[in-house]
Design a binder for this molecule. Structure first.
Ligand code: FEO
Ligand code: CA
Ligand code: CA
Length: 640
């Protein structure tokens, strides 16, 4: 047992005090907390092993599977895969999916969006305990393939097609339950459900925090600068101790038609003329920068959704900064302040964390969201000696003042990238997901790849980084609010048989590359999902790596084993489990994706026939992104 274990099990640490507060809260608060996942099986927010679960690091118990280039999902022997929720499935009593993509824009607003990405399972409360058979799933729909979305693709681009595309973006909230039918246990959507809803690129969303209402956030349609229609490019996510979901706006720039001569600020965010491949601006002028200069300032944020309050508008939390947000992984500092780890997924962008000013109090859980409106945003610098530092992006500090072009804190938050440039943050190899080890608070981050890197540095140690790596850090005193940390590289990905020694990596176990999704299960196994682009899969450097996949790492031994392989040209992304870890939810995004992300409507199945080719009775006609549930045939803990 080392000092990390001692900390995890130290009954006197402040996390434990918070737990006690939570468990002695009023009945209403307690119900909410438990629904939020703060039940006995989900105490990882507090850095504690689950009371009812095993203590210590659990190992990996399945036999690894081979790589695959086939058009199906494969899992180890003894596991069952169920298709739960595919693009076009009704969220409740709505219209069924049409194989010819003939559903209207209005129907799409009552159906699963396209391109499932990050998600989280929020358990129901039964007799005071979080359920592992009933809950709400929040699922991001990152973007659309408009070649598949409309019967004839993007020809005769219209207002209706724009509306359908907007309605296929955003988030699904669905109510799901594990039920027995004919002697077989299957997860099902509850239809109808009072919680079921779609949040789309057209849903009214409140803007909160320091940038709300400021001049750069005002538009012709919203002169107060505090309400925006929609969220989009919803990549990965987070969830809070008060039971809400955070959805992250990533590649928002590609929805805006920029100026022929963009401003420096627009350039820094990639907002350029003819850069709007989705063509929304042709029928919705707020996406045309020449018509509405400030609308682009209202995207690129973290958005909070309360799945338990279906009538409540989501909220863009501007204190968390504006960039191409991949995910927002929440933990608590030693003193109870809320810490959100975040990443900006583009080559040479940065890692961030937000620390709230106030502490999370279980007795005030219902008002938890306000904690995300007031705090300090930091950006990471990784030094060559294995140390690192969090640099505050705070007005008046570190040169962030009018002398360097920053007028106030709102300005810093709207132009977060430029603020981070000024303070000397470390340029990373496309940071994607972040995961906090429930057993010791160490933070892991996938750096998916960066072939554009010419010069290696300590934290990004390979030039032309074709395969990516996973970095990790340990905050000083294991306190998430600390200003400094120690870091190392957990693994360099690659193909151990690559002719170029620099590209082989140092994986102990099964080969993979382009890590993206990353998640710790309750027992401390690290799950890794890959997103190599279709242009490299199964060829060249990636010849021996197969389709995108999911693996499990044993942190104690460093061993990594392949658990799942996906169908053709998909990415595997999104992962969450029931509190008992016996049902694992994962997403298959964009099976069969064509180069450039747009399929031919005349040959919709050219890239993949999934999922209809694998699951009998599923409507096909198009490849469909989908949520799967993976369970063990004997009902055991997944991965054990
Ligand atoms: Fe949407 Fe960076 O993945
Ligand atoms: Ca991703
Ligand atoms: Ca990715």
């Amino acid at each position: 047992m080392d000092d990390k274990d001692l900390l995890s099990n130290d009954g006197a640490n402040p996390h434990f005090a918070q737990l006690l507060t939570a468990l002695s809260a009023t009945a209403t608060t307690r119900r909410r907390l438990l629904q939020a996942g703060l039940g006995s099986a989900a105490l990882s927010f507090f850095g504690l092993p689950a009371l009812a679960g095993p203590t210590g690091r659990a190992g990996i118990g399945f036999a690894p599977i081979s790589i695959s280039s086939d058009d199906v999902v494969r899992v180890p022997d003894g596991y069952i895969v169920q298709l739960l929720y595919a693009w076009g499935d009704p969220i409740a009593d709505g219209p069924a999916f049409r194989a010819d993509a003939g559903n209207s824009a209005g129907e799409q607003a009552e159906q699963a969006g396209m391109h499932h990405d990050g998600m989280h399972f929020f358990p129901w409360l039964v007799d005071g305990k979080p359920s592992s058979t009933h809950g709400l799933l929040c699922i991001n729909h990152e973007y659309t393939d408009d070649g598949l979305l409309h019967p004839d693709g993007m020809v005769d681009w219209s207002h209706d097609k724009t509306r359908k595309s907007q309605n296929a973006h955003g988030v699904s909230v669905i109510e799901v339950e594990l039920r027995e039918s004919g002697g077989v246990l299957r997860w099902q959507l509850l239809r109808p459900s009072p919680y079921a809803r779609r949040i789309t690129a057209r849903t009214p969303i409140r803007i909160a925090g320091p940038a709300a209402g400021t001049p750069d956030m005002r538009t012709r349609d919203d002169r107060r600068g505090n309400v925006v229609f929609g969220t989009l490019a919803n990549c990965a996510m987070g969830h809070t101790p008060w039971g809400t979901y955070l959805t992250c706006e990533e590649n928002f720039n590609s929805y805006f038609n920029g100026l022929v001569e963009p401003t420096a600020d627009q350039k820094r965010y990639g907002i350029r003329a003819n850069g709007a491949g989705f063509r929304w601006h042709e029928h919705d002028s707020r996406f045309d920068v020449a018509t509405e200069a400030n609308e682009a300032n209202r995207f690129g944020w973290v958005v909070e959704i309360d799945p338990w309050q279906p009538a409540q508008a989501p909220v863009k939390r501007t204190a968390l900064g504006r960039f191409k947000h991949e995910c927002a992984t929440v933990t608590l500092a030693s003193d109870g302040r809320v810490v959100v780890y975040m990443s900006d997924d583009e080559a040479f962008e940065y890692l961030y964390k937000f620390v709230s000013s106030d502490r999370f109090k279980a007795s005030e859980a219902a008002a938890g969201g306000r904690l995300l409106d007031d705090g300090t945003l930091y950006v990471a610098r990784f030094d060559g000696d294995g140390k690192g530092r969090w640099i505050a992006l705070q007005y008046g500090q570190n040169g962030l003042d009018p002398g360097n072009g920053f007028a106030d804190q709102a300005d810093i938050l709207i132009r977060t990238r430029q603020a981070a440039d000024l303070v000397g943050a470390t340029k990373m190899d496309r940071p994607e997901w972040l995961a906090v080890d429930p057993q010791n608070g160490e933070v892991y981050c996938t750096l998916t790849n960066n072939r554009k890197r010419l010069v290696a540095d300590a934290a990004n140690p390979r030039a032309e980084n074709a395969f990516g790596h996973i970095i990790r850090w340990r905050e000083e005193q294991a306190d998430a609010a600390a200003g400094v940390f120690d870091w190392d590289v957990f693994v360099l990905c690659g193909d151990p048989e690559n002719a170029d020694a620099a590209r082989r990596g140092n994986i102990k176990g099964d080969a993979f590359a382009s890590p993206d999704g990353l998640w710790f299960d309750r027992d401390g196994r690290l799950w890794i999902q890959t997103d190599a682009s279709g242009s490299v899969l199964n060829r060249g450097d990636y010849q021996r790596l197969g389709n995108n996949q999911m693996l499990v790492a044993d942190i104690a031994s460093g061993e990594i084993r392949r658990f799942l392989t996906g169908p053709k040209a998909c990415e595997i992304t999104g992962i969450s489990a029931t509190p008992d870890s016996r049902s694992l939810f994962i997403n298959v995004q964009h099976p069969g994706e064509a180069a450039g992300g747009r399929s031919s409507p005349s040959a919709p199945l050219a890239g993949s026939g999934w999922p209809a080719n694998q699951f009998p009775g599923v409507t096909g006609g198009r490849p469909r992104s989908a949520t799967l549930v993976v369970r063990r045939a004997d009902g055991g803990v997944v991965g054990s």
